[in-house]
Design a protein around this ligand. Structure first.
Ligand SMILES: [Zn+2]
Length: 113
């Protein structure tokens, strides 16, 4: 018998395996076998064009003309963006730009201000 871990959500001992996941029949929680039991905050490092680490609340400068999706606006080189928020995804910076509004940027096209 495998020694299955107890449910990380409710502590139930009746967990079972389902492929690469563990499943708890009591609270329906599922979690990956490969993930650490304590959901360690995997803080993904987001870095700017020069490899400088970025954080929520940072100000950055755009280093490339960027077309704004769905409009004719362009975010010009040198545009300052304040108070960024890091998000998951292809475009990993969520921000608001004066005159344009909320948009997402790729961290590779900015540098820390
Ligand atoms: Zn559970």
């Amino acid at each position: 018998m495998n020694d299955l871990p107890h449910c990380v959500a409710c502590g139930s001992e009746y967990t079972y395996e389902d492929g690469d996941m563990y499943v708890c029949p009591e609270c329906a929680h599922e979690w990956s076998k490969t993930a650490p039991a304590e959901s360690a905050d995997t803080s993904r490092a987001v870095t700017d064009a020069h490899g400088t680490a970025l954080q929520d609340g940072d100000s950055v400068t755009v280093i490339k003309n960027l077309k704004v999706k769905g409009s004719s606006s362009v975010v010009k080189v040198g545009t300052k963006v304040k108070n960024i928020r890091l998000v998951d995804g292809d475009h990993d910076i969520d921000c608001k730009i004066d005159g344009i509004g909320a948009m997402k940027l790729k961290s590779e096209f900015v540098k820390k201000a």
